[in-house]
Design a protein around this ligand. Structure first.
Ligand code: FES
Length: 160
């Protein structure tokens, strides 16, 4: 399907927001050779959107289960405050634009060792994280190291 044909299909469905979506599509298409080969080049003025990509992404589980669920949840153990503190301290240390982005996540299936944080692209979990651990985690981000005492072991991971 030609790009201009796709635009004609998508835009009417989204009304005024269609152009925003098309702007995103232009960026995505230009990053994918397979797709760019399938579409006409974007029209003049439709340049790829800058995609700020951090070195690391921290996904903090903020899942909250109902009262009485024996598994508990990261939110019940304070993950929302951990997430907020991480965001604030990463920003305050000047790491937010390049080094790290702190995001929320739903259950990461490591409930027994929550508060759980998944660190990507390094692909490891921090577990049993408390507010007191946040400065050390942020220092590790600045140095490019991890806080080993918080890293979940294979045995931890097996508990789910
Ligand atoms: S509730 Fe946080 S990992 Fe499952």
């Amino acid at each position: 399907m030609a790009f201009h044909t796709m635009r004609n299909v998508v835009a009417p469905q989204f009304g005024a927001q269609g152009s925003t979506l098309l702007g995103l599509n232009c960026g995505i298409l230009s990053l994918s050779e397979t797709w760019s080969q399938s579409f006409d080049p974007p029209p003049a003025g439709c340049q790829p959107a800058p995609m700020p990509q951090r070195e690391r992404y921290l996904f903090v589980c903020t899942n909250r289960r109902g009262d009485g669920d024996e598994r508990g949840s990261c939110a019940e153990r304070g993950s929302e405050a951990v997430h907020q503190a991480l965001k604030e301290q990463v920003k305050a240390c000047g790491l937010a634009k390049i080094k790290a982005r702190v995001c929320t996540a739903s259950c990461l299936d490591q409930c027994s060792t929550g508060v759980t944080i998944l660190v990507e692209p390094d692909h490891f979990f921090y577990g049993r994280v408390t507010l007191a651990d946040v400065p050390e985690i942020v220092e590790g981000l600045a140095r490019g190291t991890r806080v080993e005492r918080l890293v979940l072991t294979p045995k931890d991971l097996g508990k789910g």
